[in-house]
Write a protein that binds this ligand. Structure first.
Ligand SMILES: [Zn+2]
Length: 477
């Protein structure tokens, strides 16, 4: 049987404010357990919440960047449930009048863009953290009350790859907006998924299963793939899908049932009496709009148009705002119509150096001038590409200029024919079989000989010059 996959994602993102959503406690990660708490976030009777202005402004900014309609009138509600990490026994959230609704996010698949609807973006507060040790369970309330945004997509996602692209795009957008560090390992970005299957062509949705505990992009991919297969197998043999919440087990690589899914009425939502409703003015919305920088989608289109680069290359270069800014500085300084050589250096050697140092291009601290100088050494044939890569590593480690390193390490390419001729003659003598192959028309054999000359010159010979010399020598003989 053929099935269509229907996925909706709920992303929770911690807002990067200095203090918590409704009190003055610090939101810094780490710290001794239960030291960043007060009567408000511990839910002491008589304590009152006060809205964090910055969190509210961030939420509006995100909603607008996701093309949502920010509501003029919004209020907060209590979502009631008992759990040891929730000292108030309710979470302040938003129910029927969320901050914003009806937006979208465009993702870029290889076969073109796809629009994923955003049902709502609302504000709420985080719960504490339970730590399960051998014989005991411990609770840390430092995280309790950290401002969260919940971003709920429409069930428009129809494959694992689309879900992945959506998360990558959303994370990049949030980073561009500078509202969260989006660190999945620290839990600042978390993702739940609703997954169902339906027979191809049918309009009605199948029974959906909620997936939780996917703590990485890899986890999301694996859990969704597993769940789609599990549901397909059940449907194939005519067994029903149970509406439930399932947890992803990163060790066993499978999902298992946690509980049957709660319905909204189970939470007994009611308006939060300690916070007034909020009226958001047109001016506030305009101000928030003005604070939105150029977003990844716009940058992608502009980079492809202005610099003539492919979608694939641009996606890599603009994954973070900092990298994109650095790339653009380099392109401008290069000042030539075709910036592809610089883009290749950035995407290749520089990003790979950055990855080994766990950062973006900026951590390398290579100035655009030094990079351009290095590239120009290669373009003029003064050093080989291979040497240039080792010069780059040295530049990063020592902060020296490329020219100085080339001189110091004696890396300048040998192009003068006298010394190259001598090496070429040796190589010809030592590799008569390849020489014969070449003479009998195997053009590729020359590359082997070039390689041998390169080896003998310890990589310093100019490969172009070597090839010319070899061709001349072999046609003479
Ligand atoms: Zn507090």
């Amino acid at each position: 049987m053929k099935y269509e996959t229907v996925i909706g994602l709920e992303v929770h993102v911690q807002l990067d404010t200095k203090t918590k959503a409704f009190c003055g406690c610090s939101t810094d990660f780490g710290g001794q357990p239960n030291t960043r708490t007060c009567p408000v976030c511990l839910g002491f009777p008589g304590s009152l919440p006060v809205m964090n202005k910055t969190a509210f402004a961030y939420a509006i900014k995100v909603a607008l960047a996701l093309n949502c309609k920010v509501q003029e009138y919004t209020k907060f509600d209590r979502k009631n449930y008992f759990y040891p990490d929730l000292p108030k026994a309710y979470q302040i959230s938003q129910y029927d009048l969320p901050l914003s609704r009806d937006g979208f996010l465009d993702i870029h698949m290889d076969d073109g863009p796809k629009r994923i609807g955003i049902r709502r973006v609302h504000m709420e507060e985080d719960a504490g953290k339970l730590i399960h040790a051998e014989d005991v369970s411990l609770v840390d309330f430092n995280r309790t009350g950290i401002p969260l945004l919940e971003i709920v997509s429409e069930p428009d996602i129809s494959s694992v790859q689309e879900a992945y692209e959506y998360l990558v795009e959303l994370k990049s957008l949030l980073e561009y907006l500078d509202v969260s560090d989006c660190d999945m390992e620290k839990g600042s970005l978390r993702c739940d998924a609703n997954v169902s299957l339906r027979q191809e062509g049918l309009k009605t949705l199948g029974v959906k299963v909620e997936l939780k505990n996917m703590n990485s992009f890899k986890g999301v991919r694996e859990a969704l793939s597993f769940e789609i297969e599990r549901q397909g197998n059940l449907l194939d043999v005519g067994k029903p899908i149970v509406q439930e919440t399932r947890l992803w087990d990163t060790g066993k690589l499978q999902t298992f049932s946690m509980r049957t899914k709660e319905e909204a009425q189970d939470y007994r939502y009611f308006p939060e009496p300690d916070l007034p409703p909020f009226i958001i003015s047109a001016r506030e919305i305009e101000e928030a709009k003005a604070a939105i920088p150029e977003l990844p989608r716009q940058k992608l289109v502009r980079f492809m148009r202005d610099y003539g680069l492919t979608q694939r290359d641009v996606k890599i270069l603009i994954a973070s705002r900092e990298d994109a800014d650095y790339a653009e500085e380099c392109f401008k300084a290069y000042a030539r119509p075709d910036v592809k050589p610089i883009a290749n250096w950035l995407i290749g050697p520089l990003l790979s150096e950055a990855n080994t140092r766990n950062g973006g291009l900026r951590v390398l601290k290579v100035s655009k001038d030094d990079l351009l100088e290095l590239v120009s050494f290669v373009e003029k044939g003064q050093i080989s590409y291979l040497s240039a890569k080792s010069v780059l590593t040295e530049m990063i480690d020592t902060r020296k200029a490329p020219g100085a390193i080339i001189k110091e390490k004696n890396l300048a390419q040998v192009s003068d024919s006298e010394s190259l001729n001598a090496i070429a003659d040796d190589v010809i003598k030592e590799n008569l079989k390849s020489v014969n192959d070449y003479k009998q028309g195997k053009a590729g054999a020359i590359m082997f000989l070039v390689g041998q000359v390169m080896k003998k010159s310890q990589g310093k010979a100019n490969p172009k010059a070597v090839q010319e010399i070899l061709k001349r020598r072999l046609s003479d003989a």
